[in-house]
Design a protein. Sequence first.
Length: 385
Amino acid sequence: MNKAVLLIAVACCTGRLHAQDTQRIHASALVIDTHNDVLYQSVMRGKDIGKRINTGHTDLPRIKEGGIDVQVFAVWCNEKYGKGTAFAYANKQIDGLMQVIQNNPAEIALAKTTTDIRIITGQGKIAAVIGVEGGHMIEGRIDYLDSLFARGARYLTLTWNNSTEWATSATDESRNAKKLKHQGLTDFGRLVIRRMNELGMMVDLSHVGRQTFFDVIKTTSKPVLVSHSNAYALMAHPRNLQDDQIKAVAENGGVICLNFYSGFLDPMHYTKINRLYDKYVSVDDSVKRSSDGKFRRLPPAAKEQLRPPLPLLLDHIDYMVKTAGIDHVGIGSDFDGISSTPIGLDDCSDFPNLTAGLLQRGYTESEVRKILGENVLRVMAAQVN
């Protein structure tokens, strides 16, 4: 056998072994996705996610195919919901998840503790965890916070893009600072953090402004969660974390979970949208001039051009690992809450491609297991210690 043929044979053999390693590691790892918006996008619109559906990123069959053991279902509503409506709508979404669980008892069960997670996943079921995305859903009431925790909510994202009366968001701190009555946490906001610590509920710092972020770090007695954010150094978006924030999460013992959204990954994303809009959309076509408005008007083929390669997401993971350390990085896809994903991550059934990418980057099996879920499980456990 000549040298060229030998190299081809070795490469083929290595590829098979790598594929086998990926399958084995992914199947045996505890895979936790800390953020998915399928409740709002599908369940609340009457779709049965117990069956395969033709829209969106998520349903139970695809979660199973993706090897996702623990799915955090985000309970979300925008700023149009306020006092008298937001808390009720949060409960309506939890009701929707409970119906999914009731209809599919062999496939999924609610997990409130890390022990529940171990038992449920050991039975081959999906462990469903609830995360509430937006502090406006407690309507400024601690008893509403307690109620959501009792129903199973295990994290509260303190703000969405909108600020609350007690915490300011990244969007408002960066773009609407002059209109804010305050920045960061108020006294009531600090009371919320302390109550979450007492309950054993994770404080989620995705979406919050820098002042709120550091106010929380000074206030909390427990490790924090950042459920779906990326590295500001690679993509300068207000939703991403700057280096001092990344290091602060590491010092706190928390975990940062990487988001799959193209607009948080690719520094050219919004420039590409503008270029494609100018190319494909008539100047006479009326449309909201925001990037989201432009995106919706693009044809499917143009939207595909906006999807970054999977290695760009891996770059963000590498950066987080380098800056925070391997013990402080996780995955929060934001599936069904985002309009564009990396190539190779079309929906939640594609999670094994992420594991393959991590292995190709040289991460060890132990390191991959930490990123896929063990780091998040540690932070969850630390809430009650």
